[in-house]
Every structure is written in structure tokens, then in C-alpha cells.
Design a protein around this ligand. Structure first.
Ligand code: GLC
Ligand code: MG
Length: 425
């Protein structure tokens, strides 16, 4: 949360499965659209929060399978865990952990729930210190929810019960749940003088319902939302104009919400790329970098015709003196690397070649130069390779133009290239 100096413009809180991540779309089209929009227009002044029923371990394994951006905060295990810096180096919130321990005793929860034979324990990997989870049908769940909290309270344990997707039943500490965790985070931000200008919550099923109860929050139920969430909405929040049911699925529904609530830019650079002349009008470094890589992706996939004008377009962005230091250490002028692209036109089409940038972070280096740091991920033939990247851009205000002066990369996560000549930029 310390990444931003001031209050976030937007805090976007999203569930993962069937909200940001569409498991029915192996190409991850809307997720990649969302990613490009977030990195080009929101990353620099807003906070991205993932809020999932998955354990930390299970979230990290999803992260290895899907092109998920690094969030600022990861709320996992249905709100019972909060970690900052949701990438490789995450720091758990110990204050929250301590709070979860109040009026909670896992052994007693296990003992009391075992008296209900209809409750089938979820696998061990879904069980956590502050989350005891089962599978059970709706009718039984409703009955158990009527009696279990009282029985536990008699034994000094205060719980919250959450039912999702017509089969998942979670027993959590009272203050937990996705809504509890978000409320805690918002209070924390407020105490630091960083109250966000806007909050958007996004979800699709029962365990997300609480998020929509957070005061001040805009909410979007994606079009593929589970009927239990729609029913909850009908019964509890029908008259709240800040909550909508999107007409689009998953990530597309989230982008739709940014537009309908007027929360900021809402056209993904993946949709609005002007391939003829994409030089962004204002000096907008993050957007420029995102667009550069999208044009490059389109070239590799043959989605623009094999015309020299695109390569000239890329060249016009960079200084003839500008160098690109390949992660292998090979160094040549950027323009020469662009010449090498001729042979790679359309090469990525069958390989589902995709690029996404993560953690785009521009900083002013001198009055006339910017350094933009980001992780570049490239998918080709099912294999992801990643590079930490630094771009030096010079900006001449009077020309309203950024010029790429230097690009330098180093491999991340044990990535390396066996076909070096196909990794450019
Ligand atoms: C996730 C968790 C599961 C939980 C469910 C609903 O699927 O893995 O344990 O019951 O979310 O919250
Ligand atoms: Mg979900």
C-alpha cells in the first residue's frame, strides 16, 4: 500500500475465479484486455486488490497458469488472510492474523461441525488456520446455518458462515469474510490519510456478496454471476444504484463497470490501438509503453499487414542512437533490432503469441527524461518467458513527443531464451 504517495484514485477489488479469470476462455482475451487497460491508465495512481476464496498457495498456482498482473494486495481464503505486494515477495498482515484469532478456536469448529454428517470436509489443501471448509447442498446448508453459530458461540467461538456456488460452505472467524477484510483495509488507508477517491468491487458468487455491502463502494456483478449472488442482490441491495449487473462476462464486465460508473479510462489499449499512428497525444509514458508492445504483438501475430510503414512507425518513436540491451547481453541500436522484425512477421500467429506488461512504473529521471520500469511477459506456444525491463524516454514538451533512448532487459524467474533471435524487446 506504500507504493503510492497519496490517496489512490481508485481501489479496484476483484474476485478471481469466474470474475477476473474466465475459465471458459483459454485465450484469456478479456483478462489481457483488462491488464493492458490497468497498466496503461490505472497502475500509477490506483490500487489493485485480488479478493479470493482460494488459499494463498492456490492463488499462487493460478498465477502460474493465467496471465494475472501483480496486485498491490491479495486477500485470500475468503478474507481470512491479507498480504501486501501480491507477487513473489508478499508480506502477511500480522495485525489481521491476530484479529482472526479472537474468539476463534479451530479444534472446536472441527468438533462441532463433525456433528453434521451432511458436511463433507473439503480437501486438506483448502483448509486453513482461520477457515474450515466443507461441501454441502443448499438445503442442508440453510438448516445448518440456523443452528451452528449459536452452538459455537456457547463454546466461545464467534463465526461467520459463507455459502457459495451451491456447494461450498466456509466457517470463518466473525470479523473475516471478503467484506470484513476490505473494510479493515479501507480503515487502514483512511488512518494513513489515503482514503481512495473511488472503490469498485467485482464479483460473481456467494462469497462476494459482502463486498457489495461495503459503504461507498461501486459494485459490478459480472454477467455470468451465480444466481445466489443475484438473489442476494434482489433481497438486499436492489435499490442501490451503485451496484450493477454487467451485460458482459468476467473482465469485460469489469471494464464495462468502469465506463458505466465513469471511474476513469475504459477503453483497453487492446481495443483502441491506432496501429497507423499510435503516438499517444499527451506525454503519457505508461500508455506509450503498453501500446508499443501491443503493436509489436500485432506484428508478430500478423494482425497488421507486412508493410514497412509499421516498422517505420516503431522507428519513429526511438532515437537513431538509441540502444537495446538484449537480456543475453547483446547490444545493438534499437533501429537494427526493428529491422530484424521483418523476418518475424506473422510468426506468432499459430503460437498464440501474447505480451502483457506488469507493474509498469514510470519515474521522472531528469527534467527531460523518464525511466519506465516494468516486467514484460511473453507467451509463445504455451511457454511464458519474462524480463525485467527499463526504458529511458526523453520528452520534449514542445514536440509533445516521447523518444525511446534506451531499453535494457534481464531475465526473470529463470527465464532464458533458446531462440534468442526471436526475443526482441
Ligand atoms: C474457493 C476455496 C474454497 C471455498 C470457496 C468458497 O473455491 O478454494 O475452499 O469454500 O472458494 O468460498
Ligand atoms: Mg468467483
Amino acid at each position: 500500500m506504500d507504493r503510492l504517495d497519496g490517496p489512490p484514485r481508485l481501489i479496484l477489488v476483484t474476485d478471481l475465479d469466474c470474475t477476473l479469470v474466465d475459465h471458459d476462455d483459454p485465450e484469456n482475451t478479456d483478462l489481457l484486455r483488462f491488464n493492458a487497460l490497468w497498466e496503461a491508465h490505472y497502475r500509477h495512481d490506483s490500487l489493485l486488490v485480488y479478493c479470493t476464496g482460494r488459499s494463498m498457495r492456490s492463488y499462487l498456482s493460478l498465477r502460474n497458469k493465467k496471465p494475472l498482473l501483480t496486485p498491490d494486495i491479495a486477500i485470500t481464503s475468503v478474507g481470512s488472510q491479507i498480504a501486501y505486494g501480491g507477487g513473489e515477495s508478499m508480506v502477511s498482515d500480522d495485525v489481521w492474523v491476530a484479529r482472526m484469532g479472537e474468539m476463534w478456536n479451530r479444534d472446536i469448529v472441527v468438533e462441532e461441525t463433525s456433528k453434521f454428517p451432511q458436511l463433507e470436509p473439503q480437501p486438506d489443501k483448502s483448509q486453513e488456520q482461520h477457515k474450515v471448509s466443507f461441501f454441502v447442498g443448499r438445503e442442508h446448508a440453510v438448516e445448518i446455518m440456523k443452528v451452528l453459530p449459536e452452538r459455537l458461540l456457547e463454546r466461545g467461538v464467534d463465526v461467520k458462515l459463507v455459502y457459495s456456488n451451491d456447494y461450498a460452505f466456509d466457517v470463518l472467524p466473525k470479523g473475516s469474510g471478503k467484506g470484513g477484510a476490505l473494510t479493515y483495509l479501507l480503515e487502514k488507508l483512511e488512518s494513513e490519510g489515503k482514503q481512495p477517491s473511488n472503490i469498485l468491487v467485482c464479483g460473481d458468487s456467494g462469497n462476494d456478496a459482502e463486498l457489495f455491502n461495503v459503504p461507498q463502494a461501486y459494485g459490478v456483478m459480472v454477467s455470468n454471476s451465480h444466481k445466489e449472488l443475484l438473489q442476494w442482490h434482489e433481497e438486499n441491495a436492489k435499490d442501490n444504484p451503485k451496484i450493477i449487473l454487467a451485460s458482459e462476462r468476467c473482465g469485460a464486465g469489469m471494464i464495462e463497470a468502469l465506463q458505466r460508473f465513469n471511474l476513469g479510462p475504459n477503453v483497453s489499449p487492446r481495443d483502441g490501438l491506432d496501429t497507423e499512428n499510435f503516438h499517444v497525444e499527451v506525454l503519457d509514458t505508461a500508455n506509450e509503453v503498453v501500446q508499443f508492445y501491443l503493436l509489436y504483438e500485432k506484428w508478430r501475430c500478423g494482425e497488421v499487414e507486412k508493410s514497412d510503414k509499421y516498422l517505420q512507425n516503431l522507428k519513429s518513436l526511438s532515437s537513431p542512437l538509441g540502444m537495446f540491451v538484449h537480456p543475453s547481453g547483446v547490444e545493438k541500436p534499437i533501429h537494427e533490432w526493428i529491422d530484424d522484425l521483418v523476418n518475424l512477421h506473422g510468426e506468432g500467429k499459430e503460437k498464440q503469441f501474447r505480451i502483457w506488461l506488469d507493474r509498469v512504473s514510470p519515474s521522472l529521471n531528469s527534467p527531460e527524461t523518464w525511466i519506465v520500469k516494468f516486467d514484460k511477459h511473453e507467451l509463445s506456444d504455451g511457454k511464458v518467458r519474462s524480463c525485467s525491463t527499463r526504458v529511458l524516454l526523453s520528452c520534449q514538451e514542445e514536440k509533445e513527443k516521447l523518444t525511446w533512448m534506451h531499453i535494457q532487459q534481464s531475465w526473470l524467474d529463470g527465464s532464458c531464451s533458446d531462440d534468442q533471435d526471436k526475443w526482441i524487446f
